[in-house]
Design a protein around this ligand. Structure first.
Ligand code: ACO
Length: 329
């Protein structure tokens, strides 16, 4: 087991006030509350309004995270932001957050790894701290998926929601607390199972693109589901093994919140009872890169995460990508 290099010194989250329930979807699409609950575990999700850009939401979520760490925006050395639903394609989303937050001394850039993005960004932030490039890194998972999903496609629209979670990474205090292990993996050959076909340089905006609705997320749900179960299990195994731990040592598993059935399968694989699993997919749906840091912040505010606990974070997403981290809190 390595000595922790970095630890999480503060967290924050932003959830838009507007709630979209399964009953709201029943009124719009050929679906039912029962189907959505049974297949995904989702009851409601949040929807950002026009004012709630990612730059705005991420800036709002960063303020309490920095305050908890006893820092100000001027103290931030780097912003590493994970998203799949940028406010705009250029410049990076992280630079727009930097401007709104006023983190004038920071380097800022994005990480693209879909739902695994927050854990990928955490890995990058840990590396910046390890190489003394930075002492304070804002790691942000931020999504406004309701703007890139197809509101007429019942097989995807009912899954997604908006929100932001933030963690402030700092050098580990040296008392054993911090990030004990990390793991990242990808399989780009499966990219077309979960993707946005249009809008990039290969298929730039055109009338045809809009007619095909190919600016929106497309997903082969059943195939993604199977890979997610397999990959989340692999991610659990690697983070635990690298930290010299087993499922019995885990006090709280915080999995990516995509589907309650994937979460249950992951917990079962790692021999972690559901009483030690954080679940909020029912209230937020799938917020992709934001789901783990939102859950982390909620867990702390609710008192479910306390000093000394062993936390296992596990994610899977488009790419395909998967990742994990074991953290001594
Ligand atoms: N309401 C009612 N019926 C529906 C709906 C709906 N909203 N959506 C699909 N159906 C129908 C389908 O048409 C299909 O009907 P058929 O059997 O007559 O063809 C039937 O329900 C079953 O569809 P499946 O897609 O096979 O349903 P499944 O049990 O796989 O559940 C789901 C679908 C919830 C999408 C699941 O596959 C899933 O969660 N997949 C993984 C998603 C995921 O984890 N994504 C993570 C990454 S996301 C990211 O990176 C941004």
């Amino acid at each position: 087991m390595k000595r922790p290099i970095a630890h999480i010194a503060g967290t924050g989250r932003y959830a838009p006030a507007q709630v979209l329930t399964n009953q709201d979807w029943e009124a719009r699409l050929d679906t039912s509350d029962q189907w959505i609950r049974d297949r995904s575990g989702i009851a409601e999700r949040r929807v950002a309004d026009d004012r709630e850009t990612i730059a705005y939401m991420a800036s709002e979520a960063s303020k309490p995270a920095l305050a908890e760490a006893g820092l100000t925006p001027a103290d931030v050395d780097a912003i590493v932001l994970a998203t799949a639903s940028w406010d705009r394609l250029l410049p990076s989303q992280a630079c727009d957050v930097q401007a709104v937050l006023g983190a004038k001394n920071a380097a800022a850039f994005d990480v693209g790894a879909a739902c695994s993005g927050f854990l990928y960004a955490t890995n990058v932030a840990e590396g910046l701290i390890a190489t003394a490039q930075a002492e304070t890194v804002l790691v942000i998972g931020a999504e406004r998926l309701t703007r890139i999903m197809d509101w007429e496609d019942r097989s995807t629209a009912i899954l997604f929601g908006d929100g932001v979670g933030v963690a402030v990474l700092r050098p580990a205090p040296g008392d054993g607390r911090g990030i004990l292990s990390t793991y990242m993996k990808s399989d780009g050959t499966l990219g077309d199972l979960l993707y946005r076909p249009g809008g990039g340089t290969v298929a730039p905006p055109s009338e045809q693109l809009l007619a095909d609705r190919s600016q929106y997320i497309r997903m082969a749900g059943r195939e993604v589901f199977k890979s997610a179960v397999r990959s989340m299990a692999d991610a659990c195994d690697h983070a635990l093994q690298r930290a010299g731990l087993s499922g019995d040592d885990v006090d709280l598993l915080i999995p990516h919140q995509a589907n309650i059935r994937i979460i249950e399968a992951t917990a079962k694989h790692a021999s972690i009872p559901m009483s030690k699993v954080y679940v909020n997919v029912d209230r937020y749906g799938n917020t992709s890169a934001a789901s783990i840091p939102i859950a982390l912040d909620e867990g702390i505010r609710e008192g479910r995460i306390t000093a000394g606990m062993m936390i296992l974070l596990v994610a899977f997403g488009g790419g395909f990508t998967w990742a994990s981290a074991a953290v001594r809190w």
